[in-house]
Write a protein that binds this ligand. Structure first.
Ligand code: DC
Length: 225
């Protein structure tokens, strides 16, 4: 981590719109972008593919320490294979949430994530960006939305892709994932004390973006938009 590099964190549950928001902020500012959820998703994919039991902490931690992972222009490269699409399924989301509950895995991925803080700045999206990974962040945003609204958004997204989905099951899965992410012992999903909290349930992505940018420009008045 380069000291003095400004960081903006965007944390919140799955489907709150934090990924879209964080990416848009990064584009506006010309800063780097870190999708930390993608790292846990890739690890979830590796564990699924290898058929390793979720209890095998040593093996999963070993895999976390040696992930042949890189990001390149929207591609998520796992040993050269673009897995950007493969990691977006509900199955892999759930696998990611399980490996993310292992303290040794989180520890192994800390330095990796912090290395993304490079000039001119970083926008990092996840669950513990503002609380654990970048506690020194200049601006911390915590974006939420009701579980029903998030399930609706995901439902539309999957339907749009022509996939058959069940809304009630999706809502249940989102609740279960929230529960696991919020109750885990290490780095649970929780708003940092100084975080600017936004509830996107009844807001469009443009409204969320405008409010977030207003807040950022108040905190960092020298920024160019
Ligand atoms: O944001 P996402 O849905 O892509 O994240 C997938 C899972 O990874 C999520 O259920 C919890 C975990 N995660 C985490 O524990 N810490 C992060 N910083 C980001 C994601």
């Amino acid at each position: 981590m380069v000291t003095g590099v400004p960081v903006i964190t965007v944390d919140g549950p799955s489907g709150s719109g934090k990924g879209t928001l964080a990416q848009r902020i990064a584009e506006t500012l010309g800063w780097h972008f870190l999708d930390s959820g993608a790292i846990y998703r890739v690890l979830g994919l590796m564990v699924e593919r290898a058929g390793i039991s979720g209890d095998n902490v040593d093996k999963i931690t070993e895999m976390a320490k040696n992930m042949p992972l890189s990001f390149d222009q929207g591609m998520v490269l796992l040993a050269g294979e673009d897995v950007a699409g493969a990691i977006r399924t509900e199955t892999i989301g759930n696998a990611a949430s399980k490996v993310a509950a292992i303290p040794q895995v989180r520890e192994a991925l800390l330095a990796w994530q912090r290395n993304y803080a490079k000039a001119p700045g970083l926008v990092a999206d996840g669950r513990d960006m503002g609380t654990v990974v970048f506690p020194q962040a200049a601006v911390k945003i915590f974006l939420t939305a009701s579980a029903e609204e998030r399930a609706q958004r995901r439902y539309k997204q999957l339907k749009g892709k022509g996939l058959g989905v069940n809304l009630a099951r999706l809502t249940e899965e989102i609740r279960e994932r929230d529960e696991r992410d919020s109750k885990r012992a290490v780095a649970p999903l929780i708003a940092a004390e100084s975080a600017y909290q936004l509830d996107s349930t009844a807001m469009s992505i443009d409204e969320v973006y405008e409010q977030a940018m207003f807040n950022i420009s108040m905190a960092l008045p020298d920024l160019q938009r």
